[in-house]
Design a protein around this ligand. Structure first.
Ligand code: NDP
Length: 244
């Protein structure tokens, strides 16, 4: 039987019911990992993702609630006996200017995009051993925020990039890497390639197309692999030349 690069590894992906997260679940499972993932609302889609990934473990856990996130990690470890790879993917984006956004919308972005990642990392580190991988899904908007209406979302993704750099120093002695993938425009429900933002995005990029969720998942797979052991603390762009 062929050996796959993540055979024997265990993974948890937050927000795996749709979009980039669903592609990451599929890819890590195809690479041999045992994969759990969270979702908040899309129960039927989560079921379909779990089945397509050969029986991935779908956990309902709202990233707004720290207790849900902690419970998801505990359930993953109960099910698999370990946790080697954590992918912080769940996020919400509300695109409006700072004055137009309500404080509830702002708090939601900070809670789901930043606080839940901190909670997930703290809890995962209770279980993660040498060779562990923490992979955050940030955004290219942390580095380039070219249009009005992106400031708060970009701020949350900048926080994820800073968190990644600091944690690299805290975790290197444990041989755990932490990295931050920063996608540019990727065709999902959150940012459809035929949506109203698409012409504005394509106008300032080198590439003439949106990326695919599978392309981001392929990058996650590499960072999760033993080959990527010397990459840590990095924010790595997969953006079609959005920052070129
Ligand atoms: P989608 O909106 O298409 O999917 C979001 C996923 O996160 C869903 O599975 C959703 O599950 C889950 N999710 C949302 N809120 C919560 C919550 N409160 N608790 C648990 N899960 C939740 O987003 P994308 O796939 O486009 O984005 C994935 C990641 O990539 C995000 O971090 C995003 O910021 C980043 N990104 C995306 C880009 C793009 O162009 N698409 C560009 C740059 C970064 P459910 O439906 O069950 O709520």
């Amino acid at each position: 039987m062929t050996t796959r690069q993540l055979d024997g590894k265990t993974a948890l992906v937050t927000g795996g019911s749709r979009g980039i997260g669903a592609a990451i679940v599929a890819r890590l499972a195809a690479d041999g990992a045992m994969v759990a993932f969270t979702y908040a609302h899309s129960k039927e889609k989560a079921r379909a993702v779990a089945a397509a990934a050969g029986g991935a473990y779908a956990i309902r856990a709202d990233s707004m609630t720290g207790g849900d996130v902690e419970a998801a990690i505990a359930q993953t470890v109960d099910r698999f006996g370990s946790l080697d790879i954590l992918v912080n993917n769940a996020a919400v984006s509300e695109f409006a200017t700072i004055g137009e956004l309500t404080m509830d919308q702002i708090d939601r972005m900070i809670s789901v995009n930043v606080r839940s990642a901190v909670v997930a990392i703290r809890e995962s580190l209770l279980h993660m051993g040498a060779g562990g991988r923490i992979i955050n899904i940030g955004s290219i908007n942390a580095d380039r925020t070219p249009y009005p209406g992106q400031s708060i979302y970009a701020m949350t993704k900048g926080a994820v990039a800073s968190l990644t750099r600091g944690l690299a120093h805290e975790l290197a002695a444990r041989q755990i890497t932490v990295n931050n993938i920063q996608p540019g425009p990727v065709d999902t429900d959150a940012n459809p390639s035929d949506g109203t933002w698409a012409p504005k995005m394509l106008a300032i990029m080198a590439s003439d197309r949106y990326g695919t969720a599978a392309e981001v998942a392929s990058f996650v797979s590499y960072l999760a692999s033993p080959d990527a052991a010397y990459i840590t603390g990095s924010s790595l762009n997969i953006d079609g030349g959005f920052t070129a």
